[in-house]
Design a protein around this ligand. Structure first.
Ligand code: FES
Length: 104
């Protein structure tokens, strides 16, 4: 039997974990923090289904850009984003959440 589980997510963002691993982080102080972690921290998001937005690390998304991380906003599945390592988080959030305003 399939049953639904309630979640607080207004949207979901997929972040390639393999890109982040290849960069050894790439964001935050000293460039050692993954983009998913940096976004969650900057937006004050919890992890898991009770967060206001889901920021989920995935396996390889098949694009594999050099010195960048692939990101997909579930609200814009036809517009994937290549986020360069060390990119300004405000700029990343504006691009990623173009259709869904970020919380806070
Ligand atoms: S390693 Fe990130 S898209 Fe392939």
């Amino acid at each position: 039997m399939i049953r639904p589980v309630r979640a607080g997510w207004a949207g979901a963002v997929l972040v390639c974990g393999k890109c982040s691993k290849k960069l050894d982080g790439g964001f935050g102080k000293g460039g050692r923090v993954s983009l998913a972690k940096a976004l969650r921290k900057d937006l004050g998001l919890k992890k898991g289904r009770k967060a206001a937005l889901g920021v989920v690390e995935t396996k390889c998304l098949g694009v594999c850009p050099k010195n960048a991380v692939m990101v997909v906003d579930s609200a814009q599945p036809d517009r994937w984003l290549v986020v360069p390592a060390g990119a300004d988080l405000d700029e990343v959030e504006a691009a990623v959440f173009a259709s869904v305003p970020p919380p806070g």
